[in-house]
Design a protein. Structure first.
Length: 365
């Protein structure tokens, strides 16, 4: 199960009736018929021996898409990030992370709990960026009284900041800072293809500015399971070892890797449709009195907004569900909607009817 589904409070039971419009996350997507057929037909072998041809093909294509030497198939994005940090940092070696990043908020402190890696947090701005001068000042060399900096972790798109995108120019500037002190950059690129679509560039152009990238095939790309970690060959070999240590060894995993190959072929180019539908939802939401939403940060398929203060959040979520709409409770940030391939124009129209009906009836002071 994806970290998005596990760690955000949601509004449904384990079984979601097909009648619901499910905007909780793009992790709720089901594999397409083509994916299911590919999974049924997949050639398989033992991945621990490097003999699963479908996994090998998925890893090769993932590396090519990111412009990297190698890739390794992982069960989840959480494990992909964890293994990537562990591959960079021995115990007591520090990772610089953003104050709003997924690694810090939603991954159970794994890098510290399992790897003994302290996390040095710097504030993310509203776009998900880290201030370059603060990054430069926070990189530490090894010494008797403080930990050495082993990696800088960034996120693109940035989930808690509302699906915002880190630009190529920003990434180039960050890379210059990191290279001054020979510190690698790891990108949590769970939704990197959404970032690339928003910028109109190939994902490899974003990946070129960092040393490693983790990206999910089980979010906007619609596959049922999995993440790829990409980087240079020695790093990926280390991540593969960390995967084994963490209990993530896979056997005949071509059965699920096959869906990823279909996702690469069919799901990347359609992501702008999700972005356009998110924009429609956001603009209509912003017009409801008492709703607060930063439209400038609605750059991809994620919408974060607050409801009128006169409404009880739990009751509002329940009212949405009663009318057939599922949303995520996003804590102090409000509520979250995420568009995906199973949300078409008709679903957007119906969702807006429900949102307007429930929120538009609030009395705003």
């Amino acid at each position: 199960m994806s970290s998005d589904t596990q760690n955000h409070q949601t509004t449904s039971t384990a079984t979601t009736p097909a009648t619901y419009i499910d905007l909780r996350s793009d992790t709720v997507t089901h594999p397409t018929p083509a994916m299911r057929q590919a999974m049924f037909d997949a050639l398989i072998g033992d991945d621990q021996y490097g003999e699963d041809p479908t996994v090998n093909e998925l890893e090769a294509q993932a590396a090519e898409l990111m412009g990297k030497e190698a890739a390794v198939f992982m069960p989840s994005g959480v494990m992909g990030n964890l293994a990537s940090v562990l591959a960079r940092c021995d115990r007591g070696v520090e990772a610089i992370v953003g104050s709003e990043c997924h690694i810090l908020w939603y991954e159970a402190g794994g890098v510290s709990a399992l790897g003994g890696v302290p996390m040095f947090t710097l504030p993310n701005d509203r776009w998900g960026q880290l201030d370059l001068d603060q990054v430069r000042a926070s990189i530490r060399s090894e010494g008797p009284g403080f930990p050495k900096t082993g990696v800088i972790c960034i996120e693109n798109t940035h989930n808690r900041c509302g699906g915002t995108v880190l630009s190529v120019d920003y990434l180039k500037s960050l890379r210059e800072v990191a290279q001054e002190r020979d510190v690698p950059i790891h990108m949590d690129g769970a939704r990197i293809f959404n970032a690339a679509a928003a910028l109109g560039v190939p994902a490899s152009e974003l990946a070129a500015q960092v040393d490693s990238v983790q990206f999910c095939i089980s979010k906007g790309l619609g596959a049922p399971v999995g993440t790829l970690v990409t980087g240079d060959a020695p790093f990926v070999a280390n991540v593969r070892k960390q995967r084994k240590i963490l209990g993530g060894a896979l056997r005949q995993s071509g059965v699920i890797a096959a869906a990823g190959l279909v996702a690469f072929e069919t799901m990347i180019d359609r992501l702008p449709e999700d972005h356009a539908r998110a924009r429609t939802l956001a603009e209509r939401l912003a017009a409801i009195p008492g709703v607060t939403i930063d439209l400038e940060t609605v750059q991809t398929n994620i919408i974060v907004f607050t409801i009128p203060s006169t409404l009880d959040k739990a009751a509002t979520i329940a009212a949405f569900k009663e009318r057939g709409l599922l949303v995520s409770d996003y804590g102090t940030r409000g509520l979250r909607l995420v568009t995906h391939y199973q949300i078409d124009d008709a679903a957007v129209a119906r969702a807006l009817e429900i949102l307007t009906d429930v929120l538009g009836g609030a009395t705003v002071a």
